[in-house]
Design a protein around this ligand. Structure first.
Ligand code: ACO
Length: 452
């Protein structure tokens, strides 16, 4: 089964009225009965399976799909991926064109509004976001309460969840005006929360947002600026960060997008739902992989040691972090662009000494049967860590630098879910294989297992 979403051409073919009947006939061999299930957009509805029963008392057939390997949980018009062909598009625009010609804030507008903004719309959007970059002084105090070595992702999850206690109007999720306001606030405040978390870990005073700087420049200022001296972000670094932000802005139904949709489906406010999405992103199999990939390159230590590390990966002792993807079974198109950006940053800051190790891992992996057979290619996280490190970010900030731009994608997914009349509270079924009824025993009736 194709791991990617059905392509536009596949959909057209299945919509063609002269093509074969748009249905699937299933025969239940337990009863000999046949059922005809309609096919729409290349899919059957899982609930159509429920009519397949042994007898009227039977609950009906379900599909079992741990980790949603082959289940479409929504209809979306935000992001398109063809994992076999290595294609990624936001609202129809190829990621390569956006990375070359757009800016992060323009791309965020595109994701949320469905169209690229006009000059007036972009000016308005940018002004609103820079107007909302400041955080309440109480959030500052709240961040100050964290231990000096708190991971900035943990601080970010907590601070974003805490925003819901400041903006009570955020509960009004079916008001377009309120959603717009929370969107300005969230996109505006994420860099500030990220930077304050970082400065807290260093024990350095916070640098307040500067609305004269662009979105990435303002972040660099709040992270690295010193009081008393006007910080001027280097245009190459600012541009590199902006491109990385565009590449990370959305990625259809990944773990954290699915989380914001699932949590948001309970109609909680967007800050609480976004905090849950950040938590999902934090995991090493998702956005935490960029940090893990860099730890791994450090652990390998030298180009000579790469073959031995690859041997350990093949023996199942460890993973090649930053490799493999649920959807991409080809080179991740984002990784290709990132490699180019990496060289622009290295030309300015000097080559990251870990680059040779990364390139050797990639060279061996792309030729090795283990990786070729499993279609394991570098993903977005393989090279980002090297760039971030060269730009002066500590490793713990890498997943935070992923969460900042992904906020626009999360909010686009959240809003689409809320406005979709077919969506209800997320509530999967289970196949229960536990005990049948058994009766309570008092503590003196219970025996320790032998050897316990
Ligand atoms: N290193 C070594 N082997 C791997 C790797 C890897 N990075 N990724 C997958 N495999 C192997 C698996 O062991 C499995 O082998 P098997 O068939 O012999 O059991 C096979 O490839 C298929 O892998 P699955 O784990 O079934 O693939 P799945 O789609 O569930 O996982 C995932 C995708 C989580 C990204 C996985 O490839 C992985 O763990 N990669 C490393 C972490 C990483 O880089 N995550 C970032 C993803 S991008 C993002 O979230 C932004």
């Amino acid at each position: 089964m194709d791991s990617a979403s059905p392509s536009a051409t596949q959909l057209k073919k299945s919509d063609d009225p002269v093509a074969a009947r748009q249905s699937l006939t299933v025969t239940d061999n337990r009863t000999g009965k046949s059922y005809e299930l309609p096919i729409t957009n290349g899919a059957i509805r899982a609930s159509d399976l429920r009519q397949i029963k042994l007898d009227p008392a039977d609950f009906g057939m379900m599909s079992y799909d741990p980790s949603f390997n082959n289940t479409a949980s929504c209809i979306s018009r935000v992001t398109y991926i063809d994992g076999d062909a290595g294609i990624l598009r936001y609202r129809g625009y190829p990621i390569e064109e956006l990375a070359e010609k757009s800016t992060y804030l323009e791309t965020a507008y595109l994701l949320l509004h469905g169209e690229l903004p006009t000059a007036t719309q972009l000016k308005d959007w940018t002004n609103h976001i820079s107007h909302h970059t400041f955080i309440h002084e109480s959030i500052k105090k709240f961040l100050d309460g964290f231990h000096y070595d708190a991971h900035p992702m943990g601080m970010m999850i907590s601070a974003v969840a805490a925003l819901s206690t400041f903006y009570h109007d955020a509960k009004d999720i079916f008001s377009a005006e309120s959603r717009q306001l929370q969107t300005y606030r969230m996109i505006g405040k994420m860099p500030t929360i990220a930077a304050f978390s970082y400065r807290h870990s260093l024990g350095m005073p916070f640098v307040y947002p500067d609305s004269e700087l662009g979105y990435p420049g303002n972040l660099l200022n709040m992270l690295f600026g010193t009081t008393g001296v006007r910080y001027r972000p280097n245009p190459t670094l600012e541009h590199a960060l902006d491109v990385l932000f565009i590449l990370h802005a959305d990625h259809e139904q990944n773990c954290s997008a699915n989380t914001i949709r699932g949590v948001g489906s309970s109609h909680v406010d967007p800050y609480s739902a976004t905090a849950a999405a950040i938590a999902a992103l934090y995991g090493p199999l998702h956005g935490g992989a960029n940090e893990e990939a860099l730890h791994m390159l450090h652990e390998i230590g030298s180009v000579q040691k790469v073959p031995d590390f690859i041997r350990r990966v093949k023996a199942g002792e460890t993973k090649l972090m930053g490799f493999g993807h649920r959807v991409y079974k080809n080179y991740d198109p984002r990784a290709r662009i990132i490699k180019r950006v990496a060289y622009e940053v290295f030309d300015l800051m000097g080559k990251n000494p870990l680059l040779e190790i990364a390139l050797e891992c990639e060279r061996i992996a792309l030729e090795d049967d283990y990786f070729v057979k499993r279609k394991l290619y570098p993903n977005v996280d393989f090279y980002t860590g090297l760039i971030y490190q060269s730009m002066g970010f500590p490793m713990s900030m890498f997943p935070v630098l992923f969460a900042i731009p992904r906020t626009s994608g999360w909010l686009a997914q959240w809003q689409e879910m809320l406005l979709d009349p077919e969506q209800k509270i997320a509530r999967p079924r289970q196949i229960y294989l536990g005990y049948d009824t058994r009766h309570y025993q008092t503590i003196d009736q219970r025996k320790d297992a032998p050897g316990a």
